[in-house]
Design a protein around this ligand. Structure first.
Ligand code: NAD
Length: 296
């Protein structure tokens, strides 16, 4: 299939490469010359603009930073890219954005005879490279079946969350829980270690007890507990504090709209914001433990 892939960053680059390796013909584009050069080195064809990437495309995939980028691209000046996309084309947006923005773009797309679906991902850059991402899809069943053969080349799990926007909602619920769990795990680890407990022993006790969770399983925020976790690599790589902050912001915006009560999500957002202001925005989000540790 001929695919226009727009947004070749940490996630989009390797996702596009996996589609290319599966035999699809990709016309890729990114505003960043560096991202384009990296993708070209991996064998992708780079278009001169998003519009040029559309030429002959039967599907369009976007992997952009935030709501404003997706809305700007598709609905921006002069009607945006939607006006240039051929009727009947499938558009898959895998960016993590507000559900309301996905629904707004999908509505405009529908009026033009274009299938726009949201398919945000979980699994990080490792999952993007390995092709093992989890997709949370907001679409009709028929639209999901159209997208499935492409999603299968980039991911290992595909969930149908509901109609358009539902993928985004599932994504922010999961990341709100993850953000809260990481802070809770950090508090418990910091308290135990301050009392003289060996971090590995404490981590193992909690992992096998009622406090067990994903962070204790494979992503402990305390350095040295999990050899491959960002905490053991100076909090490099992984999922950045600023990305977690963005997702918690989306969760709080949504909670306000829904008049939902998410007190721990709100507190978690405030703690990650303070941590980011302290200069840790680019570090993995598990570095939030630094806010909670006793100084040496
Ligand atoms: P990134 O910043 O590395 O990549 C985004 C790319 O989009 C950049 O290269 C940028 O130049 C490009 N871009 C922006 N506007 C554009 C436009 N109008 N046209 C063409 N290119 C444009 O971000 P990322 O880490 O790849 O994340 C992408 C999305 O995936 C985000 O919404 C993020 O929240 C989500 N996500 C990221 C991770 C992760 O671990 N990095 C995990 C899950 C989900």
């Amino acid at each position: 299939m001929q695919i226009a892939f727009i947004g070749l960053g940490h996630m989009g680059g390797p996702m596009a490469v996996n589609l290319h390796k599966a035999g699809h013909h990709i016309q890729a584009f990114d505003l960043s010359p560096d991202a384009c050069a990296k993708a070209r080195a991996e064998g992708l064809t780079i278009a001169g603009s998003a519009e040029e990437a559309l030429q002959g495309a039967q599907a369009v995939i976007t992997m952009l930073p935030a709501s404003q980028h997706v809305e700007g691209l598709f609905l921006g000046q002069g009607g945006g890219l939607l006006q240039k996309i051929a009727k009947g084309t499938l558009v898959i947006d895998s960016s993590t954005i507000a559900a309301a923005t996905s629904q707004k773009v999908a509505k405009a797309a529908e009026s033009l005879g274009i299938d726009f679906i949201d398919a945000p991902v979980s699994g990080g850059t490792g999952g993007a490279i390995a092709g093992t991402l989890t997709f949370m899809v907001g679409a009709s069943s028929a639209q999901l079946e159209r997208a499935r053969p492409l999603l299968e080349k980039m991911g290992a799990n595909i969930f149908h969350a509901g109609s358009v926007g539902a993928g985004q909602t599932a994504k922010i619920c999961n990341n709100m829980l993850l953000g809260i769990l990481m802070i809770g795990t950090s508090e418990a680890m910091a308290l135990g270690v301050a009392n003289g407990l060996d971090p590995k022993v404490l981590a193992e006790i909690m992992r096998r007890s009622s406090g067990g969770n994903w962070a204790l399983e494979k992503y402990n925020p305390y350095p040295g507990v999990h050899e491959n976790a960002p905490a053991s690599k100076g909090y490099a790589g992984g999922f950045g504090t600023d990305l977690m902050l963005k997702d918690l912001g989306l969760a709080q915006e949504n909670a306000m709209t829904m008049k939902a009560s998410t007190p721990l999500g709100g507190l978690a957002r405030a703690l990650y914001a303070a941590h980011s202001l302290g200069g840790h925005g680019g570090e993995d989000f598990s570095s939030v433990i630094k806010l909670l540790q006793k100084p040496d």
